[in-house]
Design a binder for this molecule. Structure first.
Ligand code: SF4
Length: 335
C-alpha cells in the first residue's frame, strides 16, 4: 500500500479576477521508503499540490475534487464534516506523520528563540510522556544525525549563529523529530549557494537509507533530483504531464516539456559539452485555464488538436506514462 496516495486532486484559489486553477486533477503516490521528485517551473502547481496535502492552503484556496490518503486513511478536507474537524485532524498529523522542509530556513526558524526551544517543541508536543531532558537528548541526537558539529553546545545557540547550510540542517532535524511517515521537501536547496546545496542534497540522500520515511522532493531543477529520487513526476500548468522512474525520465523522456527541461540541464559526465537550451515563452496563466494542453503555446510540436482538449495518458510501462497528442493516431495525420 502506498504511504501517500493522491487521486484526482484539484485545488482552486478564488481571486477578484476569477478562479486560479493551481492544481488540476493530480494523481500521484509515494511508497514506503521511496523518494519521489516533483519537478516543474514556478507556478506549475507542485508546491500547491503539497500544501494541499499538508492542509496549508492560503485562506482563498479550496480543494474542489479528489482524495488524499495517508497510510490508507482519507485526509482530504472534502472528507470531513466541518472545517474544525479537518483542522484538528491535520494538527495531529502535521509534524507527527507528515513534516515539511521549507525553502528558506530563516523564515521558518524564529530568530529570537534558541535552537533547543525550536527543536524540542515538536518532540514534546507529539510525545506527552517525554521529559524535557529526554527531549533535549533527542534534539542533540538529531543535530548529530544531520551533521551539525558539537551539538551539545550548539543546541543553546540562536539561528543567526549558524550558516545558511547549517540552518537548513536544523530544519531537516526538526522535520525528522517525530519520525514522520512522509517528509515533503519544498525546494530545500534553492536558498543556498552551490557547494552548500550539494552538501544538503548529500545529507538527504544519506538519510534516505537511514530513515523509514517516504520523501517527496519538490524542485524546479531536474539536476537536483537525479541522484536521490527513485521516481519523478513532471508538473506543468497544474497537471502532471509525465511520470516515471528516474531512469525513464532521464533516458527515455516523452513529453516535449520534459525534453525541454532536460535540455536545460548540463551533464558533467558527457564527453562533449552540449548547448543548454532554455524553453522559450512563459508558463500559462492558471486563471480560468481551459482543459487543453497547457504547454501548447510553447511547444514546437503543437497541432490544432492540442488546443481542443487532452488525450488519455499513454502508459509506456507500469511506471512510465505521459499525456501528449503526439502519440495519438490523429497526430500522425497532421491533425
Ligand atoms: Fe505539444 Fe501538443 Fe503534446 Fe501539448 S499535446 S506537448 S502542445 S504536442
Amino acid at each position: 500500500m502506498a504511504m501517500l496516495e493522491v487521486k484526482n486532486l484539484s485545488t482552486e484559489f478564488y481571486t477578484e479576477n476569477g478562479a486560479v486553477r493551481a492544481v488540476r486533477d493530480v494523481t500521484l503516490h509515494v511508497e514506503k521508503g521511496e523518494v519521489l521528485g516533483i519537478v516543474g517551473e514556478s507556478g506549475s502547481g507542485k508546491s500547491q499540490t503539497m500544501f494541499t496535502v499538508m492542509g496549508l492552503l492560503a485562506g482563498n484556496g479550496k480543494v474542489t475534487t479528489g482524495s488524499i490518503k495517508l497510510n490508507g486513511e482519507e485526509i482530504s478536507p472534502l472528507n470531513f464534516a466541518s472545517e474544525k474537524e479537518y483542522t484538528q485532524k491535520m494538527d495531529s498529523i502535521r509534524g507527527n506523520d507528515m513534516a515539511m522542509i521549507f525553502q528558506d530556513p530563516m523564515t521558518f526558524l524564529n530568530p529570537v528563540l534558541k535552537i533547543k526551544t525550536q527543536l524540542i517543541e515538536p518532540i514534546m508536543n507529539h510525545n506527552p510522556n517525554i521529559s524535557k531532558s529526554e527531549a533535549v537528548e533527542r534534539g542533540i541526537e538529531l543535530m548529530r544525525k544531520v551533521g551539525i558539529p558539537s551539538p551539545e553546545t550548539r543546541i543553546d545557540q540562536y539561528p543567526f549563529q549558524f550558516s545558511g547550510g547549517m540552518r537548513q540542517r536544523i530544519i531537516i532535524a526538526i522535520a525528522l523529530a517525530c519520525n514522520p511517515k512522509v517528509i515533503i521537501a519544498d525546494e530545500p536547496t534553492t536558498a543556498l549557494d552551490v557547494t552548500i546545496q550539494a552538501q544538503v542534497l548529500e545529507l538527504i540522500a544519506s538519510l534516505k537509507d537511514e530513515i523509514d520515511s517516504s520523501i517527496i522532493m519538490i524542485t524546479h531543477d531536474l539536476g537536483v533530483v537525479a541522484s536521490i529520487c527513485d521516481r519523478i513526476a513532471i508538473m506543468y500548468g497544474g497537471k502532471i504531464v509525465e511520470e516515471g522512474t528516474t531512469d525513464e525520465i532521464f533516458y527515455n523522456p516523452q513529453h516535449p516539456y520534459t525534453k525541454g527541461l532536460l535540455s536545460c540541464v548540463s551533464n558533467p559526465e558527457e564527453k562533449e559539452r552540449k548547448e543548454l537550451k532554455p524553453i522559450p515563452g512563459s508558463p500559462p496563466d492558471l486563471l480560468n485555464i481551459e482543459n487543453n494542453c497547457p504547454f501548447k503555446d510553447r511547444c514546437e510540436n503543437a497541432m490544432k488538436v492540442c488546443a481542443m482538449g487532452l488525450p488519455e495518458a499513454v502508459e509506456l510501462t507500469s511506471t512510465h506514462k505521459y499525456t501528449c497528442w503526439l502519440s495519438h493516431p490523429y497526430a500522425k495525420k497532421g491533425a
